[in-house]
Design a protein around this ligand. Sequence first.
Ligand code: SF4
Ligand code: SF4
Length: 406
Amino acid sequence: MALYKESGGSWQSGMAKNITFIVTKDCQLACKYCYLVGKNEKERMPWSVAKAAIDYILDNEEKFREQSVIWDFIGGEPFLEIELIDRICDYIKAEMFRRGHHWFDSYRFSFSTNGINYHTDKVQQFIKKNHSHLSIGITIDGTELKHDLNRIYKGDGPERGSYRDVVRNIPLWLEQFPGGGTKVTISSPDIPYIKESVLHLYSLGIHEVNINCVFEDVWKEGDDKLFEDQLMQLADAIIDGGYYTDYACSFYSENIGKPLDPVTENQNWCGAGKMLSVDAAGNFYPCTRFAAYSLRSKAPIIIGNVRDGIDENKLRPFLTLDRLTQSPQQCLDCEVASGCAWCQGENYDAAATPTIYQRATAICLMHKARVRANNYYWNRLYRKLELEGEREQFESNHREVKPDNC
Ligand code: SF4
Ligand code: SF4
C-alpha cells in the first residue's frame, strides 16, 4: 500500500523537495494492512547519520534547487524518536540560517503519526517550539470497530485495538491544527465500514478525510460491488446531510474517471525519485517504499549514501518514468484512467522481474467502482444544487481534497 504522508501534503505542492528520515523501524502498533514487513526495534537512526544526511543535502545546494523543502519523519512511529527529531530540526534550522540557504523560512517539518503519544510532554514541547512550520496528520481509521479491526497493538497476547488511545488526542490535535486531515486506508475487510467511518471522522471534527484503497493484490471477488454500494450510500449521506459544504472526502473528485491524453497527461503518478529518503544505516532511497523493510519480495534499491552522496546513474531510471513507459495497453486505452493511481514501490515489489517499469493493476476494479460511485455523487449533488439555486455559490467555494495516494 502507499505510504502515509501528512495531512498538509499539498503545501507548496510540486515546488517542494520531500526529504524523509526513517528515524525508527519500530512502532507500538502492528496494523494488519501495514506494508512495512521489516519493522524492528533495533534500527534507530543515530545522530551521526542524521547530521551527515543534513550536511550532505545542505552542502549540495545546487543539486536541490526546489523552491522549498518538506522534511518528513516517518517510522514505524516517528514520535517514538522525539528527542532525535527535536535535535535534527534544531540543527536544520540553525544550519539553514548559518548558510543563508534558500530553504531558510521555506520549509515544513511533516509527520504522520499514529497519535498514541501525541499528548506527551516531549511531543507537546516540540510542537510548541515548531508550530508555524509543522504539518501533523494523525491516522485514525473511522469508528472504533473499523479502526480496531486493523490498528492493533503489537504483542503476543489477545488482540488489543488502539482506537481509544488515539481518539482521546484528537481534540488537542484539532485545537493545534484546526485544518488537520486524516488518512484512511481501505483493504478488503474494511469495505463494509466505509460510510459509517467517514461520517464518524466528520463527527469528531475532522473536516478532511483522505481515503485510499491499498495497491496490493488483496481484493476478493465482489469487493468492487460492495465498495461501489458503500460509496453510493456515503454519497447520499454527504448530500442529504449537507456535509458537502464544509467537509471533504477524497473519494469524490470531479477530475477522475476520464480518458487521459497520451501527450499532455503522461506524468508519473508518484514522486519516487524526486523525493529522497534516508535510513538508519545512512543509505539513500528514491522513496521509503524502496527500503528493505517495505519490500516483500525484492531487494532494496539504494541510490547512494550520506558519505558518497547520490549516485546519479542509479537515480536516472526513476526520473525517466512516466505513464506510457510502464502502463499496460489496457491502461493506455482505458476510458476512466484519470485518478487511477499507482505506487512505484508496489509496482516494483509486485513485478515479475526486478523492474520499476511494470505497473501493478490490482486496483483496477476498485478504481472503476469508485468512478461509477463518483459519477452518481456529482450527478445527485449538482441536481440538488440546481434545484436549490446554489450551484454557483458551491462552485466558487468548492475545494477538492488533493488525492494523496502515497
Ligand atoms: S488499472 Fe484499470 S481502471 Fe486503472 S487505468 Fe488501468 S485499466 Fe483503467
Ligand atoms: S513509491 Fe510513490 S506512491 Fe509509493 S510510497 Fe513512494 S512516493 Fe508514494
